[in-house]
Design a protein. Structure first.
Length: 278
């Protein structure tokens, strides 16, 4: 068996030591490098943390300022709202008072109107009662007048006129003439003729008085109708003096009730639906 010499062992130990020393040196360098990286990373982290804190502080201040501003705005808004609410309440109360006054005035006006209407209604009722009495009186008067009219009309006579035509009822005074007018069978025109040179217009005709004899109640006159002259000579009072005009089936009648010196008083009776002439 081969034995190792001391010289060989010495070199092997030296190589081992060298290897160990190299490994230790590398480890030391690696540790130093890691320490340097850790130091840089720590510094970086400190810087970032500091920046974050500064940023957070700035944001906190800004947020606090915003909150303060919002609180102040909210306080101001609440104060304004409170003031507005108070003013609105005052305005509402004032408006309510005005409405109450208007309502009271309207109620007073309505009451006054109701009282006035009630008073007027009472007056109307009284007037109606009085009118009822008056109507009753008027009805009695109308009935009496109607009776009187019927009696008067019954007393009127139908007379044959100067042309041989049976006349309508003849009126000899104003009362009888009024009765004839109320009957409405003819149109009546009262007249007073005075002796003149020109004929006088009566209704749609003209009449000229030529002679009046009050002693014998006779008269003579000319009638102008349809551009014709008709002489009526020596006629008597209350005698129907008749004449026809164009378009009429019944004659017109002149009735003289009173004869005075140079003057006649009477009326003209014209059948209804007679055509008017100038």
């Amino acid at each position: 068996m081969e034995q190792t010499t001391p010289k060989t062992s010495h070199w092997a130990l030296a190589a081992l030591v060298a290897v160990l020393f190299g490994g230790n040196a590398y480890l030391l360098w690696r540790v130093h490098h890691l320490q340097a990286e850790m130091s840089d990373w720590r510094a970086s982290m400190i810087t970032q943390i500091s920046e974050l804190r500064e940023t957070e502080s700035e944001q906190s201040v800004s947020s606090r300022q915003k909150l303060d501003a919002l609180n102040e705005e909210l306080r101001a808004a609440r104060l304004a709202a409170a003031r507005s609410a108070g003013q609105a309440k005052i305005e509402a109360q004032r408006h309510a008072e005005q409405l109450a006054q208007k309502l009271a005035a309207e109620q007073a006006l309505q009451k006054a109107q109701q009282e006035r209407v009630a008073s007027e209604l009472s007056d109307v009722k009284q007037a109606a009662g009085a009118n009822d009495v008056k109507i009753a009186d008027v009805s009695k008067e109308v009935a009496a007048t109607k009776t009187e009219l019927e009696s008067t009309v019954a007393d009127l006579k139908r007379v044959t006129g100067d042309m041989g035509v049976v006349s309508g009822r003849i009126a000899t005074n104003s009362q009888e003439l009024a009765a004839l007018k109320r009957l409405g069978e003819r149109d009546y025109y009262e007249f007073t003729l005075v002796k003149t040179k020109q004929p006088q217009k009566v209704g749609d005709i003209r009449i000229l008085l030529k002679k009046a004899d009050p002693k014998h109640n006779k008269y003579t006159l000319d009638v102008f109708a349809d551009d014709k002259r008709i002489e009526k000579k020596d006629k008597n009072t209350n005698e129907p003096v008749q004449f026809y005009v164009a378009g009429a089936r019944q004659p017109c009648e002149i009735v003289v009730n009173q004869v005075k010196k140079d003057q006649l008083a009477g009326y003209l009776a014209v059948p209804k639906m007679q055509t008017a002439r100038n």
